[in-house]
Structure formats: structure tokens, C-alpha cells
Design a binder for this molecule. Structure first.
Ligand SMILES: [Zn+2]
Length: 352
């Protein structure tokens, strides 16, 4: 699990680019920053709702579409309390759609503690009303994001522009989108990574288009995570801190070691990461780890020199020696960076 930036600029995307749209986007971003450093009242964004290009910006288009869907739902659902909750959601749409991760999680906790009908965990006991509400949001997600070429491309650009190349969940597979210009035979014209809902949309349909609930992920993580509930025992890559997960390595004998993953959160359990790393990447670890133990003197000399260098030189030397990135901020650039760093630090600790 690798940290991903959740600042205000990484939460706005558009279906096109022009001077007018870019200008509006930048004014909205500044307003979000102002809101988040003050009242945290996201409804202040309503001031942009009369602007000509507002539907080119994800948050305004999605709010309009959800408003329309809720109006239809109010005629479709039978339960009065359910209707009231939908009306209440309508008042909180800016917060849901553009709020940072902390904000949407607080809203989830608030709804959950009042046993909100907008959240339902048991897939076998969903009411007819919940199913209608889930279907409306599922359709919106498909038509407005996963099936909308322009918005989808712009969503992925939020991450590629930050240099994020690897799945933030497993730190194993590349997630760079490929947009082919020509069709060859019967192949697909486009290929993009999956969009992963951290809080599953089947349990929390209201977060289907909430930007702080969305991350690009590899196909494998998206499938394996599926609809497993991540609340309350998992951390999103948007909120993760460096020490929340740590790999460690058990030398079994002279020729092999085992990879373990330590964490007080359930992410690695849900994604089966420990098992996956131990089975797939143990050879890579053995080559480095056991090699360092074979030549203790040489290893000690290298480490002494390494930790006496300034940070810039450490970064360069680490890249040469470990073929990866030294700093947490760069972990999203290359696969296995977190495991490699933890391995390097364990080799150092073993020395002490
Ligand atoms: Zn993955």
C-alpha cells in the first residue's frame, strides 16, 4: 500500500481542455482550498453553478446528474425514511463528490452511526428501495465515468501527471493507461487500468462518484478486493502513513527466506498481499538478502559509507544498488519499491 496525494488539485477533472474550462477549474480549485482551510462548507461551491462551462468539470456535472437521479428515486422508493435520507444526501453532494478522504470518511461514520438506509452490508437482505438506489448510482458511475472516454482519461491523468505508474494497493503491477490510435484485428481500441472504489459501491452507492473514494488499481487488486467492506479496519492509500505497513524477512536457512507483512490494518489480508509476495517475490528477496549475509564485511563497508552520505547521494547510490527509489514520495513510480526499501533497512538493522 503506497500513499497517494489527496490534495485539492488532485480531485478535479474535466471532459475537455480549453482556456475557459482551465480557468474555471483553477478558480474552483482555489475555492476548495479556501473552503478547506476555513469553514469546510463545500456548499459554497454552489457559487459556480451558473457558470457556462460548469458541466465540463466532474464535480458539477456529477452533482447535476445525481440530483436528477434522486428526483426520480423519490418517486420510485416506497419508504418515507429512505426518501428523507435521499433528500439529506442531496444537501451534502458537494461534500461527497469533492471532499477530501477525511471528509467522506467522517460522513460515512455519521451515516453508519445513525444506521442510515443509504448503507447496506448484507447483500442477501437488500430492500427493494436500496436496490433501486444502488442501480441508479451504478448506472451513473458507468455512464459518467467508467464509460465516458473524456472523463475517464482525465481521471487517469490526475495520477499519471503525478508520476504514479504502479498500483497503489499492491505496489506490484503497472497501471499506466494505454490509448491505442489504431485498431488491429479485433482488439480493443483502448486499455485503461481499473477504477477501484475504496468503500465498495455495492455497500455505499452514494460514494460511487466520490473522487476521494476512487483510485486507479491493477486488475488483480480490483478483482481480489471486490466488494469486501473496508470500513472500519482498512486504510485508503489517500490516508496511509509510511509505518502503517512493513515488510520483514525471515532467513530460513542459507538459501531461502520468507517475506512477512506486518500491519494493524486489514488491507493486506483483504488483498492477500503477504501470501502473494511470499510466493512470487521471494526469489528476488533471497538474491539480495542472502547475498548481503554471505559477505558481511563488504556489506558493512557499503552501509557505513551509504549512511554517511548526504540524501541526494544516498538516493543516487540506492538507485544503482537496489534498482529502485529510496524515498516514500517516489514509491509509486516503480514496482516493489516499498518491499525493497524495507529489505534495505532490515539489512541495515541486522548489521547493528
Ligand atoms: Zn494491484
Amino acid at each position: 500500500m503506497i500513499k497517494v496525494d489527496n490534495s485539492h488539485r488532485t480531485r478535479l477533472f474535466t471532459n475537455a481542455s480549453s482556456d475557459e474550462i482551465d480557468d474555471l477549474k483553477s478558480r474552483v480549485a482555489n475555492k476548495i482550498l479556501e473552503i478547506e482551510s476555513g469553514s469546510r462548507d463545500y456548499n459554497k461551491l454552489a457559487m459556480f453553478e451558473n457558470e457556462s462551462y460548469k458541466d465540463n468539470i466532474s464535480v458539477f456535472l456529477y452533482k447535476k446528474k445525481i440530483d436528477e437521479a434522486i428526483k426520480l428515486l423519490l418517486d420510485e422508493v416506497a419508504d418515507k425514511a429512505f426518501k428523507n435520507e435521499l433528500r439529506n444526501l442531496q444537501k451534502n453532494l458537494f461534500k461527497v463528490l469533492i471532499g477530501d478522504f477525511k471528509t467522506i470518511k467522517e460522513y460515512l461514520i455519521e451515516l453508519d452511526s445513525s444506521n442510515s438506509k443509504l448503507i447496506h452490508r448484507d447483500s442477501t437482505t437488500k430492500s427493494a428501495d436500496f436496490k433501486k438506489y444502488q442501480k441508479r448510482f451504478e448506472d451513473l458511475y458507468t455512464s459518467q465515468l467508467s464509460g465516458s472516454d473524456e472523463f475517464k482519461k482525465s481521471f487517469f491523468r490526475l495520477f499519471t501527471e503525478q508520476g504514479i505508474n504502479v498500483c497503489p494497493y499492491c505496489n506490484r503491477n503497472y497501471i499506466n493507461p494505454i490509448y491505442k490510435t489504431e485498431k488491429v484485428g479485433n482488439d480493443y481500441k483502448k486499455k485503461s487500468p481499473d477504477i477501484e472504489h475504496f468503500f465498495p459501491k455495492s455497500i455505499y452507492p452514494l460514494f460511487s462518484l466520490a473522487i476521494s473514494n476512487l483510485l486507479p488499481s491493477c486488475d488483480f487488486c480490483n478483482k481480489i478486493k471486490s466488494n469486501v467492506d473496508t470500513y472500519p479496519n482498512c486504510k485508503s492509500p489517500y490516508e496511509i502513513e509510511e509505518d502503517d505497513f512493513k515488510f520483514y524477512f525471515d532467513p530460513l536457512d542459507v538459501s531461502s527466506s520468507t517475506i512477512k507483512l506486518e500491519s494493524k490494518f486489514d488491507n493486506s489480508k483483504i488483498l492477500h498481499l503477504e501470501n502473494l509476495y511470499a510466493k512470487v517475490h521471494n526469489k528476488f528477496v533471497d538474491e539480495i538478502y542472502l547475498e548481503s549475509r554471505k559477505y558481511p564485511l563488504e556489506n558493512r563497508r557499503f552501509l557505513n559509507r551509504f549512511f554517511s552520505l548526504p540524501l541526494d547521494s544516498q538516493k543516487r547510490l540506492y538507485k544503482r544498488k537496489m534498482c529502485n527509489y529510496y524515498l516514500e514520495d517516489d514509491f509509486n513510480k516503480q514496482p516493489l519499491s516499498k518491499m525493497t526499501k524495507d529489505l534495505f533497512m532490515q539489512i541495515k538493522e541486522d548489521e547493528e
